[in-house]
Write a protein that binds this ligand. Structure first.
Ligand code: PLP
Ligand code: LYS
Length: 429
C-alpha cells in the first residue's frame, strides 16, 4: 500500500499501489463493477468477523452472547457468516426470523425477538422455533405471549425491554431510551409486571433487556442504562425472580468521518468496561445486540458517474445509485465519505453528489470537496454496510443493487441484481 494506503485503519477499502484502483482485500472495485455491474454493494466479510471477534474477546471472561441485529443488514450470507462464528441474532419481525431460519437454522435457539408490534402469527412462529427469548415491550404483548404460549403448549422465555429514561446523544430519529419514545416499558413498572407473570405456567421470566438508541459514540449512557437494569435485577431477586440474562441492546456508534484516532478495539473495550462496571457482582449472562458496529464500515456502495452537470453556481455529479439504494443521507442528513475508485490527478472540486430519483432530497453529499471526476468514473460511498441495502426500496421503480461478499481471496455474489421482472412480478392488471 503506497500512495493512499488505506482510507482509514478502520475501513477495509484501500489503494494497494500507485495507480491501482480502490480494492476490498485482493479485489479491485473496478473489476468487481465490471463483473457484477453497478450500483453494487461490496462487503468485507473479513472485517465483519473481525468486529464480531472484538466483542467476543472483550467479554471472553464472562458468559455472553453477541446477538447480531439483523435489521442492520439482513442478507442471508451475512447471517450465515456470523452464525458460523457462534453469534446469535436480534430480530424485529417474522421476516427476520425466516431469514435466520433460512441462513442458519441451528441458530434458532440464539435468537431474541424485539419490537413493539409483534403479531400473534409472528409469536407463534417464534415459539415453534424455540427462540432464546422474547424482548417484550408492553403489558398487552406479554398477555398475548402468555395466551399464544398456552395455546401451543410451549413455555415462553421472556425479558421485559425496559425504558430506562436515559438520554443518549444521537440523531433524534434513532434515539429510543427516553420515556417519551414508543419503545419498551417504563422501568418503574417492571417489578410489578414481572411479579404478575410469576404465577403463569407458560411464561418464564428469563431476562431484562434495554436498548437506548443507535449511533451512540460515548460509552457513558450505556453504563448509565445498565446501572438501572442491574438495580432492577437485584430487586427482582428479592422478589424471588432469578434473572438469567441481561441484554444491553445495540447502538454502539462508528466514526463516519473516520478520524485517524478512531480505534474500534479500544471503543469496544471501553463499551464492555462500562457494562461490566454496572454488572459487578451479578451472576448473569450478558447479551449484546450490535448491528452497525459489526457491518457499517465493512461495506461500500459502488456507483458509476452518469453525468456531471452545472446549474448556476453548482456542479452536480449524477450517479447511477440513488436514495432508494442508500437512504441515510436523505433521511438523517447522514455523512458518508465518497472516494473515486481510480483517482484522477488534478485539483479537488466542490460538488453535490446526487442520484437519478425525482426528489431534491436524493443526494449522497452536498458541497463536498472531492477529487476531479468525469462521466464513466466509478465512485465508492463508504461505510454503507449498515442500514444501506436493508433500507433500500424500489422507489421510482428502480431494481435493487447486487451484493458481493469478500472473504479471504474469494468474492462471491450473495444477492443478484433485481430485474424488471422482479419489480412487476407481484402485481396484476
Ligand atoms: C432493539 C434493537 N437492538 C439492536 C439494534 C441495533 O442497533 P445498532 O445498529 O445501532 O447497533 C437496534 C437498532 O437501533 C434495536 O432497535
Ligand atoms: N436506520 C438507522 C438506524 C436505526 C436503528 C434501528 N433501531 C440508521 O441508518 O442510522
Amino acid at each position: 500500500m503506497s500512495r493512499l494506503p488505506q482510507i482509514s485503519s478502520s475501513r477495509p477499502f484501500g489503494y494497494p499501489a500507485d495507480d491501482a484502483p480502490l480494492s476490498c482485500g485482493a479485489h479491485s472495485l473496478t473489476k468487481l463493477a465490471k463483473r457484477f455491474g453497478t450500483p453494487l454493494y461490496v462487503y468485507s466479510g473479513d472485517q465483519m468477523l473481525e468486529r464480531l471477534g472484538l466483542f467476543q474477546a472483550a467479554l471472553a471472561h464472562r458468559e455472553h452472547l453477541v446477538c447480531y441485529a439483523v435489521k442492520a443488514n439482513s442478507t442471508l450470507a451475512i447471517l450465515k457468516l456470523f452464525a458460523e462464528r457462534g453469534a446469535g441474532f436480534d430480530i424485529v419481525s417474522g421476516g427476520e426470523l425466516e431469514r435466520v431460519l433460512a441462513a442458519a437454522p441451528e441458530a434458532a435457539g440464539r435468537v431474541v425477538f424485539s419490537g413493539v408490534g409483534k403479531t400473534a402469527e409472528e409469536i407463534d412462529r417464534a415459539l415453534d422455533a424455540e427462540i432464546l427469548a422474547f424482548n417484550v415491550e408492553s403489558e398487552a404483548e406479554l398477555a398475548l405471549l402468555a395466551q399464544r404460549a398456552a395455546k401451543r403448549k410451549r413455555k415462553a422465555r421472556f425479558a421485559l425491554r425496559v425504558n430506562p429514561d436515559v438520554f443518549a446523544e444521537t440523531h433524534p430519529y434513532i434515539s429510543t431510551g427516553l420515556r417519551e419514545h414508543k419503545f419498551g416499558i417504563d422501568i418503574r413498572e417492571a417489578r410489578r409486571i414481572y411479579a404478575g407473570a410469576k404465577g403463569n405456567r407458560w411464561l418464564t421470566p428469563h431476562g431484562v433487556s434495554v436498548h437506548i438508541g443507535s449511533q451512540i459514540r460515548s460509552a457513558e449512557p450505556f453504563g448509565a442504562a445498565m446501572m438501572r437494569v442491574a438495580k432492577l435485577v437485584k430487586q427482582l431477586s428479592q422478589d424471588g425472580i432469578a434473572i438469567k440474562t441481561v441484554d444491553a441492546g445495540g447502538g454502539l456508534g462508528i466514526d463516519y468521518h473516520a478520524a485517524p484516532g478512531f480505534d474500534p478495539k479500544a471503543k469496544v473495550a471501553e463499551y464492555a468496561a462500562a457494562l461490566e462496571g454496572a454488572l459487578k457482582g451479578l451472576d448473569v449472562q450478558l447479551l449484546l445486540e450490535p448491528g452497525r458496529f459489526l457491518v457499517a464500515q465493512a461495506g461500500a456502495l459502488v456507483a458509476r458517474v452518469l453525468y456531471v452537470k452545472r446549474n448556476g453556481k453548482k456542479t452536480f455529479v449524477v450517479l447511477d445509485a440513488a436514495m432508494n439504494d442508500l437512504i441515510r443521507p436523505a433521511l438523517y442528513q447522514a455523512y458518508h465519505e465518497i472516494v473515486p475508485v481510480a483517482p484522477r490527478a488534478g485539483r479537488a472540486v466542490t460538488v453535490d453528489v446526487v442520484g437519478p430519483v425525482c426528489e431534491t432530497g436524493d443526494f449522497f453529499a452536498r458541497d463536498r470537496k472531492i477529487k476531479p471526476i468525469e462521466p464513466g468514473d466509478l465512485v465508492a460511498v463508504l461505510d454503507a454496510g449498515a442500514y444501506g441495502m436493508a433500507q433500500s426500496s424500489n422507489y421510482n421503480s428502480r431494481p435493487r443493487p447486487a451484493e458481493v461478499l469478500v472473504v479471504g481471496r474469494e468474492a462471491k455474489l450473495i444477492r443478484r441484481r433485481e430485474t424488471l421482472a422482479d419489480l412487476l412480478g407481484p402485481e396484476m392488471v
